[in-house]
Write a protein that binds this ligand. Structure first.
Ligand code: 2NF
Length: 309
């Protein structure tokens, strides 16, 4: 009776309001929990570390981290600071076309054609008499062209500058860069994107050369000239005899190192005969003085540097 007397239920209303309110509260709690669970699940899915795409595994190291950014950054550095005469090159486009040349493709079946659009886009003229090839003398050749800024190795051109020391590859089954591993000749894959790139740009670099061209060779190796090197396999065969009249070889010996090979050795005779057959004049100098001076800057006390080199 007391319940009846104090009940707030007015006439005609269901006397079950207490239960209904409890049910409402319960429903609210359940709904809130549901929303929380959904938020938690969505957050977990979004935050979960994504496993890298399943690329094929190769023996070489994967694409250089931040490859795209490095390509873009080097392109701007070269075109705005190193050679501002190329300031109108479109670096965004060069980056895009570089990526397109190897992404979504079989990394064991790269071709010269893959790089043609990139080569056209980065097209650059090296003046006659200023081309410097090198083989097993990368550091020395670059020390020399750093001082003699009018001279160009391949790495002193835009494309060589952008790609030097980088590694890259994609995958035919994915449009992503493979940062895990890239194929090399050890994978029985000589047509990998990096080798084909260097073969293609080295060929173009040689085709474009004119006048007197130079090569820095390493006379502290058993064979200063190696037919299997890029210089021996690609560059010398793509010099145009109508444009290039002389190849000047500089055979450099490491300071304090052995003098195993020189201008009179059989490997250099081999080079001379290939060049002469192509109707290009061949000259050779051991320890070309301007380059020797650079070696001596690092070894000023060495007898070969103090007693009139
Ligand atoms: O990485 C470069 N900057 C590079 C690579 C290949 C070729 C530059 N080149 C151009 C340069 F402009 C030089 O004129 O070719 C000439 C040097 O090549 P080289 O083979 O005569 O000289 P090495 O000292 O024997 O090799 C230079 C670099 O190229 C790599 C080698 O591992 C080294 O890092 N290399 C040589 N042949 C191949 C190849 N078939 C190769 N890498 C992949 N596939």
């Amino acid at each position: 009776m007391a319940n009846h007397r104090f009940s707030p239920v007015s006439e005609g209303e269901q006397p079950c309001c207490d239960i209904s309110r409890k049910a409402q509260i319960c429903l609210c709690v359940v709904l809130s929990l549901l929303v929380l669970v959904i938020i938690a699940v969505v957050t977990a899915i979004l935050m979960w570390p994504r496993s890298p795409p399943n690329h094929k595994e190769w023996q070489g190291s994967g694409t250089t981290a931040h490859f795209g950014d490095i390509v873009l950054g080097r392109c701007y550095t070269y075109t705005q600071i190193v050679r501002p005469e190329l300031r109108d090159k479109d670096c965004q486009k060069i980056q895009e076309v570089f990526l397109k040349s190897f992404l979504s493709k079989d990394p064991c079946d790269a071709t010269e054609q893959d790089y043609q659009p990139l080569i056209e886009l980065a097209n650059q003229t090296v003046p006659c008499n200023k081309t410097v090839f090198w083989s097993k003398t990368k550091e020395l050749a670059h020390q020399y062209t750093r001082v003699q800024q009018a001279l160009f190795t391949l790495e002193n051109t835009l494309l060589g500058y952008i790609a030097d020391d980088l590694s890259w590859c994609g995958d035919s089954g994915s449009s992503e860069i493979n940062y895990q591993s890239c194929p090399t000749r050890r994978d029985n894959c000589s047509s990998n994107p990096v080798s084909v790139f260097w073969n293609t740009v080295s060929k173009r670099f040689a085709e474009d050369a004119c006048g007197v061209v130079h090569v820095v060779l390493n006379g502290s190796l058993n064979e200063a000239f190696d037919r299997r090197s890029t210089f021996g396999r690609v560059e010398i065969h793509n010099l145009h005899p109508k444009k290039v009249h002389t190849l000047q070889a500089w055979v450099m010996h490491d300071i304090g190192g052995v003098r195993s090979d020189s201008c009179s050795s059989s490997s250099i005779r081999d080079l001379k005969s290939i060049i002469s057959e192509r109707n290009i004049t061949f000259t050779c100098q051991n320890n070309y003085r301007p380059v020797r001076f650079l070696q001596c800057v690092k070894n000023p006390e060495h007898p070969s540097c103090t007693s009139g080199i």
